[in-house]
Design a protein around this ligand. Structure first.
Ligand code: NCD
Length: 327
């Protein structure tokens, strides 16, 4: 049963979350995954609550997944998308946040190209703020769904050897995942050309390699990152073709992974760049599981932040009872 708010009222990053905070969320996710398998995958746990998605960057999976999660919990949803908004009339971020707050948002799921935005927004609103990606900084729910996917296949992350491959420098997914994977006991190796590693990588709890091929046979999981072409302003790689030849998970490289290794990618993939279409469809690929688990993890996060104040015990049922969790 959920009794605490390990994320301190917001979910701004994996940074600051302990192993037990992460495990609590993953255990709660099991409960909501079970809801997702029901014929009618909906519970009343957040009835009367409002979840706002506030996206200043494009998104398919993250936005739809939060929206689906909120609806499955019976919350109302409102959406702000930068395209088509009054941003073009000069509206500031703070204005936008205040407008969304005044529609009664209890949670604000925010994505923004600037690192630190979710933290700033948390200072401007009473809503629970969930970071859905802030520039190159963090993307905590992606890391949670990735941990859930690995845990579901392997039982636990302890002792797993996971390679995170590609554009680490611009990847909020890599930052959040390094913190989450290592907190849960995995060993992480970052594999990238030196130009695609962040300047401060020495301080990270990882090892670094500049070649993928020698590592393949010893990996439990390989996590391919999308080449973040929208964030690359300098010539950091000779060409996409050469990057793909050196670091892309081709069918031939996938064949050298152990039989029980897992292949992950946060999506959207650039087919033929960081992963070939054949490797993405390999029987060891869990890319679609990641998408499915994203909904369950986000239900758990929304419930922890918005629902757990009303203890399930005091409402006469479990948060996932069809009639439980009612106010
Ligand atoms: C990631 C993101 O936006 O940071 N995608 C996602 O949330 N599924 C990774 C990416 O865009 O490469």
């Amino acid at each position: 049963m959920v009794t605490t708010k390990p994320t301190n009222g917001h979910l701004l990053g994996i940074d600051g979350m302990s192993r037990s905070d992460l495990e609590e969320l993953l255990e709660l996710t099991d409960t909501f995954a079970e809801v997702g398998r029901r014929p009618i995958p909906k519970v009343p746990a957040l009835r009367g609550r409002t979840v706002a998605t506030v996206f200043f960057e494009n998104s398919t999976r993250t936005r739809m997944s939060f929206d689906t999660a909120a609806r499955r919990l019976s919350a109302d949803t409102i959406a702000f998308a930068a395209g088509g908004s009054s941003l073009s009339k000069g509206e500031s971020l703070r204005d936008t946040v205040e407008v969304v707050s005044s529609y009664g948002a209890d949670a604000m799921v925010i994505r923004h190209p600037m690192a630190g935005t979710a933290h700033r927004v948390a200072g401007w609103t009473d809503a629970a703020v969930i970071n859905a990606g802030d520039g190159c900084h963090e993307h905590p729910t992606q890391a949670l769904l990735d941990c859930y996917t690995l845990r579901e296949r392997r039982g636990a992350l302890d002792g797993m050897r996971i390679a995170i491959v590609g554009d680490v420098r611009h990847s909020r997914v890599a930052r959040s995942n390094v913190l989450a994977f290592t907190a849960l006991g995995a060993e992480v190796v970052l594999v990238a050309p030196a130009t695609l590693l962040p300047p401060a990588v020495e301080g990270w709890p990882v090892t670094v390699a500049h070649e993928l091929d020698p590592l393949l046979a010893g990996l439990d999981a390989v996590y391919l990152l999308r080449m973040q072409q929208e964030r690359i302003t300098e010539g950091l790689i000779p060409s996409i073709r050469e990057y793909a030849a050196d670091f892309g998970l081709s069918a031939e490289r996938a064949a050298r992974l152990p039989d029980d290794a897992l292949i992950l990618h946060p999506g959207p993939t650039n087919p033929g760049v960081e992963i070939s279409a054949v490797a993405a469809a390999d029987h060891r690929s869990v890319i679609l599981d990641q998408v499915v688990h994203g909904v369950s993890v986000r239900m758990a996060v929304l419930f922890l932040l918005l629902g757990s104040g009303r203890s399930p015990a005091s409402t006469g049922g479990s948060p996932t009872d069809e009639e439980g969790g009612r106010p």
